[in-house]
Design a protein. Structure first.
Lengths: 751, 144
C-alpha cells in the first residue's frame, strides 16, 4: 500500500510517545491475576498427555493403544491415523505434531491420550505399546551432510544446485547471495583472514511451557485458548489439520510467558483439538519442561567458514562465507537469513554468502530472535575483530570505515534508506564504558549486528465508548509490553490521556487476520495501523462536529483531542472534545470506530553495536561479564523502558548462548540436558547491569519513525563476548559456548 | 489432596490460586516460589500433603487490598517485567530477601534471586526495582 502524504512525513515532537507510563496489564501481572496458557479451566475438562519417541530415529511398525483405551478414565486416544495425510504447506507441520511412519528425533510425538486426570493420563501413556525398528541416526550438521549419513527422508533432493541431484540427501537447499567479484577482491587485499566456526543449538528458553485448552464440538465449531505469538496462525493450522472451516474455530491468545520465536508454530494445539473432538469434552494440554526442550524450539546448530580481505588502511576488499545450518528433522533452518545478514553491516563491493539447509535427527528448529543472524554474526564479527587487530586499528574505527549507511546496496539485494549503524558506533565510542581501564585477565570485545525487521498483515479496530474512553483491539499477542506502546500511539494521535485508551488482544473471531508477533513487527506494523485507525476515527469525529455546527466537514480540524473550526471563516464555535462528541454519538449518527487493515511495508532495519568487558579466571576458565553496553537504533522509542528491555533481554540471551547454553547429545542421539539445571540460562548473578543507548534515526516508512527493536539485540553478543574473551586471554575460541572447561583447555594449550 | 500432588498443584488446581506458575517442575526456575511457614520454597518441590496445617503465602496475598506492596509498585515503575510469567516468583522471593536484609547490595540481590529465572529482561530492571524498593522502605521506616 502506498503511504499517504501525511504518513510519509515523519512526525516530530510528541506529547506522550517517548514517555514511560505504567503498562496497562501491569497490575494483573504483579498480583498473579494475569491468565497465562496453563491458567484456564473449563467444566468437564480432560487432561491431555503426549507419548514421545525415546529413539532419535526409528520406524514405527505398529501402535497398539487398546489397553490405554480400555483404562477407566481414558476418554480418547489419537495417533497420526486421526489426521489426514497432507502434501501441502502443512505437511511437515503435521508430521512434526504427530509422527507418521517414522520417529525422526527423541521426543517426537507418536500418540496422545485425554483422561479425567493427569494421573490417569500418565498411566495410559505407559499402556500404549509402540513397536519401533531403531534406525541409525545423525545429529551433527557436518556429519548429516556426508553422502554416507543416515537419511531422514527419501524425498529430499537438494534445491539450488545445478544439476539437481538424482540421489536423496539430508541437504534440502543451497542459497547464495552476493555482489561483485570476490576473487578479484581477495587479490586486491593486503591481508586475508579465514576461519571456521561452530555454534551449538540453543533453546528460546521461555519460562512458560506451551499450554492450551481446546473445546471442539461435533458440529465442526470450536474454541481454543492458547499461549502463542500468533493465534491466527494457530487457527489456520488447527482448523486445516482438523478439516474445519477457519471461521468456525475461535482462538483466544492467553497472556504469553515468553516466546522469542519459539511460539510461532503449533505443537500441542492440533493434538488437543483432535482429542477434544474425539472425546466430546474440553481438553487441556500443558507441556513439561522436559517436553519443551525435547520437542519444541530450539535453534539450529551450525558449522561456518568466513573469509575477509582488507587493505592496509582498513578498507575491506572482499568477504565470503559458507554457512551450514541443521534445522532439525525438517527443512527450514534459518540459514538463508544467516547468509543475508552475514555482511549486512558493511558497505562492500565484493561479497559471496552461501548457505546450506540440512536436516538431522533433532527437534524441528523454531525461530529464535533474529533467526540465523546471531550465528552468522558470531563468525563474521570474530573475523572482523581479527582483521582490525592485525591492522592495528581500533575496532570501532575499522567498522566506521566500512559501515553500511544510507544508499549502501546490501549484498542481499536492497539499497538502504536512512539507517543508524554509524550512529551506534559513535554512541558506544562516546560512552564512558569504552574508556574504563581494564585489569589483568580482563578484555573488551566489540561487535555489531543487523536485523531486517518485518511488517506484514495487520488489522486493528479502535472503538469509542459513550464516556469518551477508547478500546483498541489488536490481533498481535503482546510479548514485551506492546499494549503500552499501542495505547501511547493511539492516545498521541487522538490527543487524549494514555490511560483513557485500553488496548486488548482480540480473539480471531473478533478482528480480521493478523500475522504472528514476530520479525520485530508489532510496534512498527500494529503501531502504524493504530495511528491510521485513530486518524479514521478522527475523520468521523470531525464529521460529527461539522454536522453539529452545520458547517462543511473540511472546515473542521482536529487539535489536541478537540474538533475545532478550521479558521475564522469556518465559523465561531467552541471546540468539541472527543469526550463531548462521544457522549452524543448515538444521536449524531451512531457508534464511532476507526479501522485499519493493510499489509505493512517499509519496516526500517535496525543496527546495533555492543561492547562487553569480561574477566577470565585462569584457574577455572570461567568467564565473568563485568560490563555490558548496547547502542541500537530504534527509529523512535515509543516507550523507552520497554525498548531498553528489548535491548537488555536480547543481550542476556546472547551472553547465555556465548557462555553456557547448548544442546548436548549422547552417542545414542538423546538429549542429555533437557532441564534448566543442566541447560543453564543466565541467572541474575551471571549478569552485570546492562547499559543502553537508544539511537533514534527515524524510519521514513512509519508516521512516527518507529523501527522494530526486538531482535537485533541478540545478534552481536556471541561475537562481542568472543572478542572480549580473546582480548582477556589471548586465546581465540571459534566454537560457542565458551564453557569453563573449553576455555581452560584453550588456556592450557597456550601455556 | 492426592499423594502425588504437589503444593503447586494443590494451590493452582484445588484453590484456583494460579498466580504461582510451573516453569519447570524441578525447582530450577523459581516461578512457583511461595512462603511456607515464613521460608521461601519452590512449591513444585513440596507435596501438598506436607503443607497441611502450615502457613502458605502466595503472590495473591501480597497486595493489601487495592494497595500494592512497594515491590509490586516498583516492579511496574521500573518496567521490571516483560512477559510477566516469572514476576510472581520474583516478587515473593524479593519480599523474602527484604524481610531478612533491609539493605542488600546489588550483589546480594543478584545471588538471592539466582534461583529465579527470567528470560525476558536480562535482570537489570528487576535488580534496580528491588534495590529501589529497599531504599524506599528504609526511608519510610526512618521517617516513621
Amino acid at each position: 500500500m502506498p503511504l499517504d502524504d501525511a504518513a510519509a512525513r515523519v512526525r516530530q515532537g510528541f506529547s506522550q510517545v517517548g514517555t514511560r507510563p505504567l503498562r496497562p496489564d501491569g497490575v494483573d501481572k504483579v498480583t498473579g491475576r494475569a491468565r497465562f496458557g496453563a491458567d484456564a479451566v473449563a467444566p468437564g475438562m480432560l487432561i491431555g498427555r503426549i507419548l514421545r519417541s525415546p529413539h532419535a530415529h526409528a520406524r514405527i511398525r505398529k501402535i497398539d493403544a487398546s489397553k490405554a483405551v480400555a483404562l477407566r478414565g481414558v476418554k480418547a486416544v489419537v495417533t497420526s491415523a486421526d489426521f489426514a495425510e497432507r502434501a501441502d504447506d502443512l505437511k511437515d507441520v503435521l508430521v512434526n505434531v504427530m509422527a507418521r511412519k517414522k520417529a525422526l528425533y527423541e521426543g517426537h510425538a507418536v500418540a496422545a491420550v485425554a483422561a479425567t486426570s493427569a494421573t490417569v493420563a500418565r498411566k495410559a501413556l505407559k499402556l500404549i505399546k509402540v513397536d519401533y525398528e531403531v534406525l541409525p541416526h545423525v545429529t551433527d550438521v557436518d556429519e548429516a551432510m556426508k553422502p554416507s549419513a543416515p537419511l531422514l527422508h527419501d524425498d529430499i533432493f537438494t534445491k539450488g544446485v545445478e544439476p539437481r541431484p538424482k540421489k536423496p540427501s539430508n541437504v534440502t537447499e543451497r542459497f547464495e547471495f552476493g555482489v561483485g567479484d570476490v576473487a578479484k577482491g581477495f587479490a586486491e587485499a593486503d591481508i586475508v583472514v579465514e576461519r571456521v566456526f561452530k555454534t551449538e543449538a540453543t533453546h528460546q528458553g521461555y519460562i512458560e511451557p506451551h499450554a492450551c485448552l481446546a473445546n471442539i464440538a461435533s458440529d465442526g465449531t470450536g474454541e481454543l485458548w492458547v499461549c502463542t505469538q500468533g493465534h491466527y496462525m494457530v487457527r489456520d493450522n488447527c482448523a486445516r489439520l482438523l478439516g474445519m472451516e477457519l471461521s468456525k474455530l475461535r482462538v483466544t491468545a492467553s497472556e504469553i510467558g515468553g516466546g522469542f520465536g519459539g511460539k510461532t508454530t503449533v505443537f500441542i494445539e492440533p493434538v488437543a483439538c483432535a482429542l477434544s473432538r474425539k472425546a466430546g469434552r474440553p481438553v487441556k494440554i500443558v507441556m513439561t519442561r522436559d517436553e519443551v526442550f525435547k520437542a519444541t524450539g530450539p535453534t539450529s546448530s551450525t558449522s561456518m567458514r568466513v573469509k575477509v580481505g582488507a587493505k592496509r588502511d582498513g578498507r575491506i576488499t572482499a568477504a565470503e562465507c559458507d554457512l551450514r545450518f541443521q534445522g532439525g528433522a525438517f527443512a527450514g533452518s534459518p540459514v538463508q537469513f544467516g547468509a543475508m545478514t552475514a555482511f549486512a553491516c558493511y558497505d562492500l563491493a565484493n561479497v559471496k554468502a552461501v548457505g546450506w539447509d540440512v536436516v538431522a535427527n533433532r527437534p524441528k528448529q523454531a525461530a529464535y530472535r533474529a533467526p540465523g543472524a546471531p550465528m552468522a554474526a558470531f563468525a563474521v564479527e570474530s573475523v572482523m575483530a581479527e582483521v582490525a587487530d592485525k591492522l592495528k586499528l581500533d575496532p570501532i574505527e575499522f567498522r566506521m570505515k566500512n559501515a553500511a549507511k544510507e544508499g549502501t546496496k546490501a549484498a542481499y539485494g536492497p539499497t538502504f534508506g536512512p539507517v543508524g549503524f554509524v550512529e551506534t558506533l559513535k554512541a558506544v565510542k562516546a560512552h564512558p564504558n569504552y574508556k574504563v581501564p581494564l585489569g589483568k585477565n580482563q578484555g573488551r570485545g566489540v561487535a555489531s549486528g543487523f536485523w531486517f525487521n518485518f511488517g506484514g498483515q495487520t488489522c486493528v479496530s479502535l472503538n469509542l465508548s459513550p464516556d469518551g474512553t477508547v478500546t483498541l483491539a489488536v490481533g498481535t499477542p503482546d510479548i514485551g509490553g506492546s499494549r503500552a506502546s499501542m495505547s501511547l500511539m493511539a492516545a498521541e494521535e487522538l490527543g487524549i490521556p494514555y490511560d483513557q485508551v485500553r488496548t486488548i488482544i482480540a480473539d480471531t473471531s473478533s478482528l480480521g487476520h493478523n500475522d504472528i508477533s514476530e520479525g520485530s513487527r508489532v510496534t512498527f506494523s500494529t503501531g502504524m495501523a493504530t495511528i491510521h485507525a485513530a486518524r479514521d476515527a478522527i475523520k468521523k469525529l470531525c464529521a460529527r462536529a461539522a454536522m453539529t455546527w452545520g458547517i462543511p466537514v473540511d472546515a473542521v480540524v482536529w487539535e489536541k483531542g478537540h474538533a475545532k473550526p478550521a479558521g475564522p471563516n469556518a465559523g465561531n464555535f467552541p471546540p468539541l472534545s472527543l469526550k463531548e462528541i462521544a457522549a452524543t454519538m448515538f444521536n449524531t449518527g451512531g457508534p464511532i470506530a476507526g479501522h485499519h487493515e493493510y499489509n505493512a511495508e517499509n519496516a526500517g532495519p535496525s543496527f546495533a553495536t555492543h561492547v562487553v568487558d569480561v574477566e577470565i579466571d585462569p584457574e577455572t576458565g570461567r568467564t565473568t561479564v563485568l560490563r555490558y553496553l548496547i547502542a541500537q537504533d530504534a527509529g523512535k522509542a515509543v516507550h523507552p523502558s520497554y525498548v531498553e528491555g528489548q535491548f537488555q533481554g536480547g543481550a542476556a540471551q546472547g551472553v547465555g548462548w556465548a557462555l553456557n547454553e547448548e544442546y548436548i547429545y549422547g552417542a545414542d542421539g538423546r538429549l542429555q540436558n533437557p532441564g534448566f539445571l543442566d541447560y543453564r540460562i543466565p541467572v541474575a548473578s551471571d549478569m552485570p547491569m546492562i547499559d543502553t543507548v537508544i539511537v533514534e534515526v527515524p524510519n521514513p516508512g512509519h508516521p512516527y519513525g518507529v523501527r522494530g527493536v526486538g531482535e537485533t539485540s541478540i545478534v552481536p553478543p556471541l561475537a562481542a563476548v568472543a572478542n572480549a574473551v580473546q582480548a582477556a586471554s589471548g586465546v581465540r575460541l571459534n566454537s560457542v559456548p565458551f564453557s569453563p572447561p573449553k576455555v581452560l583447555a584453550a588456556l592450557e594449550a597456550k601455556r | 489432596c492426592d499423594a502425588d500432588e504437589t503444593l503447586l498443584d494443590a494451590l493452582r488446581n484445588r484453590l484456583g490460586l494460579t498466580g504461582s506458575k510451573e516453569g519447570c517442575g524441578t525447582g530450577d526456575c523459581g516461578a512457583c516460589s511461595v512462603m511456607l511457614d515464613g521460608r521461601l520454597v519452590c512449591s513444585c518441590l513440596v507435596l501438598g500433603a506436607e503443607a497441611e496445617g502450615r502457613k502458605i503465602e502466595t503472590i495473591e496475598g501480597m497486595a493489601d487490598g487495592e494497595n500494592l506492596h512497594p515491590l509490586q509498585r516498583k516492579f511496574l515503575e521500573h518496567a521490571a517485567l516483560q512477559c510477566g510469567v516469572c514476576t510472581p516468583g520474583f516478587l515473593v522471593a524479593s519480599k523474602a530477601l527484604l524481610q531478612k536484609n533491609k539493605n542488600p547490595t546489588e550483589t546480594e540481590v543478584r545471588y538471592w534471586l539466582a534461583g529465579n529465572l527470567c528470560r525476558c529482561t536480562g535482570y537489570d530492571k528487576i535488580v534496580r526495582a528491588v534495590l529501589d524498593t529497599a531504599a524506599e522502605m528504609r526511608e519510610k521506616r526512618h521517617a516513621a
